[in-house]
Design a protein around this ligand. Structure first.
Ligand code: 13P
Ligand code: SF4
Length: 346
């Protein structure tokens, strides 16, 4: 992971901020290009506010990883431009093999994906042949191809509960924090792969408790990729979309939010009158390598998106067809399960 992380952090530190007029000019150019190429933007909540605004203004989507997958597969556009991290681009390509899928930066990866190499994962599965294999969406296509089900954080508890109710034992990968949260919620028999998100791992319960003393009336919202001790302090735990919903539903007017601060753009739109406070990370200052801001999500700058239209051939997502076939099966199960859940059938 070292090189990939260093590269992303260097890019983030070197980026020259655009002023308002420059941003507007670049955004106008991108809008024209999107039309010209029959392309739509599929953006995650952790991307920069100007990327999310562009996606909104041009009829694209801004959402959590589950909705990004669904939106991409249902979009009539012939080209999807995924502003997120690599596994999101791969998922879009696997679910829409006939579409052109591009990303501003193909090197935008994820520590969970890097922490779960396909070959090692296959060995792990071979050691547990009696278990249903459930993998988090934050994995590469070859890992998904080995899985029975893919899940995102918005349906992980429901799917594992469903399997547990059927008497199935689960092999879970790669996020150990989300895995142990799901295990506690469902009481399912699970073995866990040992990997973590470098962004959420930096939230520390001690520092959040200090914030709770400063803001005694605030609610705490936590993404389940965070450590167990942080989850235990939460008034709401959930995927990015579920946290935005919780911000609306909870009566509190102050919210301490333990996830990537990119979420503030949409969250604040939903609750304009509430005060959003970023949960503190461990490393204030020089040692903080994420500071609640995923360095790989940050690669999706307005400049990178603008430049993409000049090198479209180079920034295409390709997935080996056999791997894609396997991954499509487990991804389709995720979408089917989620549709049944929404319909109240489960
Ligand atoms: P969501 O599915 O909640 O959007 O999470 C994706 C992710 O990468 C969180 O770090
Ligand atoms: Fe991966 Fe964490 Fe970044 Fe999400 S925030 S993409 S889990 S490194």
């Amino acid at each position: 992971m070292g090189d990939a992380l260093t590269h992303a952090l260097q890019l983030r530190d070197q980026r020259r901020p655009l002023d308002g007029a420059e941003k507007q000019a670049v955004a106008d150019r991108i809008k024209q290009q999107l039309k010209q190429h029959d392309a739509t933007l599929v953006a995650h909540y952790y991307t920069a506010p100007e990327i999310q605004a562009l996606a909104e203004e041009t009829g694209g989507c801004v959402s959590d990883s589950l909705e990004m997958a669904r939106f991409g597969s249902e979009s009539p556009a012939s080209t999807l431009i995924v502003c997120g991290v690599r596994f999101m681009g791969e998922t879009a390509k696997i679910l829409s093999p006939d579409k052109q899928v591009l990303m501003p930066e193909l090197e935008a990866t994820c520590s969970l994906d890097l922490g779960c190499p396909a070959e090692k994962f296959a060995n792990f599965c071979d050691q547990h042949p009696d278990r249903t294999v459930v993998v988090y969406a934050n994995t590469n296509a070859a890992v998904k191809a080995r899985a029975d089900y893919v899940v995102t954080s918005s349906i992980a508890v429901d799917l594992v509960q469903h399997l547990h109710d059927q008497g199935k034992k689960v092999l879970w990968a790669p996020d150990r924090y989300l895995g142990s949260y799901v295990q506690k919620q469902t009481d399912a028999d699970m073995v866990l792969w040992d990997s973590s998100c470098i962004v959420h791992e930096e939230f520390k319960s001690q520092r959040i408790r200090e914030m709770q003393h400063l803001y005694p009336d605030a609610a705490v919202l936590v993404h389940p990729e965070s450590p167990q001790s942080v989850i235990e302090l939460a008034d709401a735990v959930g995927s990015t979309s579920q946290l935005i919903q919780a911000a609306r539903d909870l009566p509190h007017s102050q919210l301490i939010v333990a996830t990537d601060q990119g979420i503030f753009y949409k969250m604040q739109q939903q609750v304009p009158h509430k005060e959003l406070i970023i949960a503190p990370t461990a490393g204030q200052g020089a040692t903080c390598c994420s500071c609640a801001n995923c360095p790989w999500m940050a690669m999706n700058s307005l400049d990178a998106l603008d430049a993409l239209f000049g090198r479209m051939q180079h920034n295409q997502i390709e997935v080996d067809s056999e791997v894609a076939r396997g991954a499509q099966r487990s991804l389709n199960r995720m979408l089917e399960f989620s549709a049944r859940l929404r319909a109240g059938e489960i």
